[in-house]
Design a protein around this ligand. Structure first.
Ligand code: HEC
Ligand code: HEC
Ligand code: HEC
Ligand code: HEC
Length: 150
């Protein structure tokens, strides 16, 4: 498990995975830690509290896109469904401010719905709120944190 490239080779059909491996990029979400895949500098607690994360790019989304533009999640083409990210203004009649999920300076970012480190145990694509029951994946609670009448 210490060589993240191995699962990529096994999942031969998983083109996204292969194309990332072809760029020589290791998965930064698993051990060993590769903090510099995203950070220029690790923020102290005070800096983080003030919203300074010293990411490689100006926004969280741009930082994720350093790698993910090449596979999924280009701006405007998220995940097969077209989910907006990096937005701050929307119709509050239909989409409330999330109660559980974090916004960043008011913006929905990749980090709103995803963790950026693989948590231990049962999880699905680092999605923050998900119910896993055998093969059934249910993320309704994630969606309804913002969507009204979903
Ligand atoms: C995949 C990209 C990515 C990697 C890899 C990464 N970080 Fe981060 N980090 C972020 C983002 C995005 C934020 C800001 C949002 C947040 O708070 O989660 C952040 C925030 C932080 C913060 C602010 C406090 C907090 O947790 O919110 C600390 C401290 C931190 N990272 C430390 C680290 C360390 C140490 C490593 C290496 C072990 C690391 N990060 C690896 C993307 C990353
Ligand atoms: C509104 C919530 C939401 C936002 C915002 C969001 N994601 Fe996702 N993401 C999901 C969900 C839910 C899934 C699981 C989808 C599935 O399996 O069909 C997912 C899946 C993924 C996957 C795995 C895709 C795969 O084919 O295995 C990646 C990579 C990803 N997201 C990256 C990102 C990046 C990068 C951003 C920011 C540009 C982002 N996500 C923003 C909810 C979100
Ligand atoms: C240095 C390159 C790099 C950066 C930067 C990066 N990722 Fe990834 N990410 C990867 C690789 C490699 C994988 C594993 C291969 C794959 O599933 O496409 C991955 C996988 C994922 C997955 C799918 C996990 C799963 O279980 O299938 C999600 C979700 C994801 N990344 C979200 C993010 C988010 C959110 C950020 C920004 C905070 C981010 N990534 C930044 C390289 C990166
Ligand atoms: C953090 C808040 C948030 C979460 C979580 C969230 N959404 Fe959204 N979603 C929005 C906002 C805001 C818009 C409208 C953006 C705009 O007006 O451009 C939107 C738009 C959409 C749209 C475009 C169609 C429409 O109704 O305008 C779809 C489809 C969608 N979301 C599906 C989902 C699904 C599926 C999930 C759960 C996996 C989810 N959303 C989770 C905030 C969220």
């Amino acid at each position: 498990m210490s060589r993240p490239v191995v699962p990529c080779l096994l999942a031969v059909f998983f083109l996204a995975c292969i194309s990332i491996a072809a760029f020589g990029v290791l998965n930064p979400h698993i051990e060993p830690p590769q903090c510099d895949s995203c950070h220029k500098k690790i923020p102290t607690e005070e800096e983080a509290a003030a919203g300074h994360y010293f990411l490689l790019k100006d926004t969280i989304d741009d930082t994720c896109h350093i790698c993910h533009e090449k596979t999924c999640c280009k701006p405007g083409s998220l995940h097969g469904i077209n989910h907006p990210s990096n937005i701050k203004d929307w119709d509050r009649k239909y989409f409330r401010k999330p109660k559980t999920l974090p916004l960043h300076n008011g913006y929905i970012t990749c980090n709103t719905c995803h963790l950026h480190r693989m948590p231990g145990g049962n999880q699905y694509k680092m999605v923050r709120i998900v119910k896993i029951d055998g093969k059934k994946i249910d993320w309704t609670d994630l969606c309804t944190d913002c969507h009204i009448g979903y």
